[in-house]
Design a protein around this ligand. Structure first.
Ligand code: SF4
Length: 353
């Protein structure tokens, strides 16, 4: 049959999400649509202060402006499709990826007495392939838009309790840097949430070109996933070691000033008999000597389908004490949400709801 006798339904136009747009971008949108320039400021206020979830709720825009905007844009908000609560109070939220409803992403809310931290995802899956990571084993299913990143923050019931956001969920932030930077801009800009960049930490395995661009264009904290100071051993568990050796990552970091507000930390997941020996601690000290930084030791959450095993508490404490005694500040990070697979490296983005 040809298309004349059996016409295909016209594809629905893709609506552009307003969430994640900067003041500048909203001004360009207003100019293109013949709206007054001040409407962009009003839209920022509705989006980032008042948290509206419909364009119609932007009541100080004219009816005509709202109806034109609704033809081409959407807010970009969507509720989580599932929430699991850990016995320690940690909550894991599941969201649909807006441009691919078959894909899910996860965010983890971690409440503390005086803090509320949200760990957000920047990609569905990940292409970095770290061997110990559940997300990495799933492969890559697409990067998130700035709207999808910010939606994780704006659409949880704990939004008003958030004190910190960490980009340590699914995906590698330097592999989706434009959208990560757009998100952090909205979080920190006066037209957005106006947060201090000190409230935001962005992690990376050490993708050097992206990391350099990030360091030059953002003041947020940085966390580098280190996990082994020896090149050959690190490459066994982190394929990105080959193109971007950790020694080169540390050399790059040494070119920046870390004595001020901005912090650099190194994440070190401890695997029994793999990276928890004194020789690893000694090499870490050599690698990081003189760099103003902190090492966070993370307990590995073992499961039957992984060959990796958890270091004992005693080994972790010995490792920590060695680093501290040799001039590298080191802490053991408290583990949260293990019973709901919300801990580091366990985010699978599966809809079990
Ligand atoms: Fe990707 Fe991070 Fe997992 Fe590595 S640890 S595969 S970078 S999500």
């Amino acid at each position: 049959m040809d298309n004349l006798t059996n016409p295909q339904p016209a594809a629905a136009p893709t609506l552009q999400p307003l969430l994640g747009m900067s003041l500048d971008q909203l001004q360009q949108l207003c100019a293109a649509e013949g709206l007054p320039r001040f409407a962009a400021k009003q839209m920022c206020d509705w989006l980032y202060n008042k948290h509206v979830d419909t364009i119609d709720a932007m009541t100080n825009l004219s009816l005509k402006a709202r109806s034109r905007l609704a033809e081409i844009c959407c807010i970009g908000r969507s509720e989580p499709v599932n929430c699991q609560v850990s016995r320690d109070g940690t909550k894991k939220y599941l969201f649909r990826k807006s441009d691919d409803p078959q894909q899910f992403i996860e965010s983890v809310f971690i409440p503390d007495a005086d803090r509320g931290t949200l760990c957000v995802s920047c990609q569905a899956g990940c292409r970095m392939g770290c061997r110990f990571c559940v997300t990495g084993q799933q492969g890559f299913h697409g990067s998130l838009s700035a709207a999808d990143i910010l939606n994780q923050i704006f659409s949880i019931p704990e939004f008003d309790r958030l004190t910190n956001v960490v980009f340590m969920g699914m995906g590698e932030p330097m592999d989706n840097l434009d959208n990560v930077l757009r998100s952090t801009e909205v979080l920190t800009a006066p037209y957005g949430l106006g947060w201090s960049p000190k409230r935001i930490t962005v992690s990376t395995v050490g993708i050097i070109p992206g990391l350099k661009r990030f360091l030059d264009s953002s003041s947020c904290h940085v966390a580098v996933s280190l996990h082994n100071p020896f090149a050959a051993e690190r490459e066994e568990i982190m394929p990105m070691q080959r193109p971007y050796p950790i020694a080169d990552v540390v050399s790059l970091l040494r070119q920046y000033d870390w004595s001020g507000q901005r912090r650099i930390s190194f994440e070190y997941t401890m695997f029994r008999d793999l990276n928890d020996d004194t020789r690893h601690a000694a090499e870490l000290v050599r690698l990081l000597k003189g760099l103003y930084c902190r090492v966070n030791l993370i307990r590995f959450h073992s499961s039957p389908d992984t060959p990796f095993r958890t270091s004992s508490t005693q080994t972790m404490e010995r490792f920590r004490d060695y680093l501290n005694a040799h001039g590298v500040t080191c802490t053991i990070r408290a583990s949260r949400g293990e019973d709901i697979m919300a801990a580091c490296g366990l985010l699978a983005g599966q809809n079990k709801g």
